[in-house]
Design a protein around this ligand. Structure first.
Ligand SMILES: Cc1ncc(COP(=O)(O)O)c(C=O)c1O
Length: 398
């Protein structure tokens, strides 16, 4: 391996340090496989997938002709169904040819970055980030530029984004609804961001693209509406996935959508194909493509998810934790009762309650709870949350 490659790879590994430290933490790992543990670590399923989801895949795994499992370019009915579903969801009109199928949101993010980033280009991304943003930007040979959301209310800091833009800025990567804060960025904020990006693109004489990670666009509470920045800024790549709406993330299926009005759409569509071929980040498997029209209209039980949110937010606040109620996503983000969130997570883990230390997502002093945990896990965990807080208050926590 050349020195340059080694240093590139070590930069990528370093960027995932918080995540790797959390998932390799011996205390958390020891209990992760224990069926008696209450696992709130990740947005992973803790129950079997829905029978309708399983039946659709079983039926479509039965080959109907000799080409069924042959190399499969984008399956037209999948593009049509995704465009129709997204048009309904976002209130914009998407062309099926502007739906670029990917292996989940992760594949979509990689494709979008590889399409627009030249070596050394700067990509602004918001923090707290999803675990792999920085690695993906580095993987596309870009230079990550991290900006925090506002400390109060966790909103996009549009002024800070404006100040961080340089002549080398090529893309801004945001995530709405936002993991881990549960915030949906509002229309005014997104309009202000669009104005900043339009001005800066004109000033730079080179377009700045907005990459909008919308992985949780269908995990909304309280009748909230998804607002896409693509409605206000045409040079957006909208990253979608079925990992969250079906809670079956091991079955890789998602897409990048180009909004109506995206300039230069034809070369971009081709660039996506080339980026897929050049990176090996190819289309989702054939069965997932056949299943897309059915999967697009499926959803996990959002009422149930909201009941779990309400129950946990109420119970934790009553105990004395400080936690807001998310507008969307799978996550609660309470403040850690002690500064060292890793130590706090280990204290809970010793009693078989597993949470993600905030440090893993660049939110030291917080911890993240995934609402994909079962009711039984919540039943078991609530007394532990209370007990650990009381013992910390009494100064006797291990
Ligand atoms: C904000 C965010 N973006 C992207 C992803 C990746 O999604 P997928 O499983 O579809 O690749 C996740 C998954 O946890 C996520 O939380």
């Amino acid at each position: 391996m050349s020195d340059e490659v080694a240093s590139h790879l070590s930069g990528i590994i370093h960027s995932m340090g918080g995540f790797l430290a959390a998932i390799m933490d011996p205390e958390l790992r020891r209990h992760a496989a224990d069926p008696a543990a209450s696992n709130f670590i990740a947005g992973n399923p803790q129950e079997l997938a829905s029978p309708e989801y399983v039946r659709a895949l079983q039926r479509l795994a039965e080959p109907k002709d000799k080409d069924w499992f042959g190399y499969k370019m984008s399956h037209r009915p999948a593009l049509v169904a995704a465009a129709e579903g997204l048009s309904k969801e976002l209130g914009l009109s998407f062309d099926p040819d502007d739906i670029l199928l990917t292996r989940g949101a992760h594949g979509g993010l990689a494709a979008a970055l590889n399409v627009v980033v030249d070596p050394g280009d700067e990509v602004i991304f918001i923090s707290p980030p999803w675990f792999f943003y920085e690695a993906l930007i580095l993987g596309a040979r870009g230079k990550p530029v991290k900006l925090r959301v506002t400390p109060r209310g966790f909103d996009l800091d549009v002024d800070a984004i404006a100040r961080a833009i340089t002549p080398r800025t090529r893309a801004v990567l945001i995530n709405t609804p936002h993991n881990p804060t549960g915030r949906i960025f509002g229309e005014d904020t997104l309009r202000a961001l669009a104005a900043v990006l339009t001005d800066a693109s004109a000033r730079n004489g080179r377009p700045i693209y907005l990459i909008s990670d919308e992985a949780y666009s269908r995990i909304l509470f309280d009748g909230n509406r998804m607002i896409t920045p693509g409605a206000f800024y045409a040079r957006s790549f909208l990253i979608h996935t079925y990992s969250k709406s079906t809670l079956a993330p091991g079955q890789r299926l998602g897409y990048v959508a180009l909004p109506p009005g995206m300039p230069g759409r034809e070369p971009l569509r081709q660039a996506f194909m080339v980026a897929g071929l050049a990176t090996g980040n190819m289309l989702p498997d054939a069965v997932m493509q056949y299943a897309l029209p059915e999967i697009d209209i499926m959803s996990i039980d959002l009422d149930h998810l909201q009941r779990k949110r309400d129950r946990m937010v109420r119970a934790l606040n009553e105990m004395g934790y400080e936690v807001g109620s998310p507008q969307a996503t799978f996550y609660l983000l309470p403040k850690s009762p002690i500064e060292d969130d890793t130590r706090f997570a280990r204290t809970l883990a010793a009693q078989k309650v597993l949470v993600l230390p905030g440090t893993a997502v660049d939110m030291p002093g917080y911890f993240r709870i995934s609402l994909t945990a079962t009711d039984a896990m919540i039943d078991r965990a609530l007394p532990v949350f209370a007990e650990v807080l009381a013992s910390l208050a009494a100064g006797v926590a291990r």
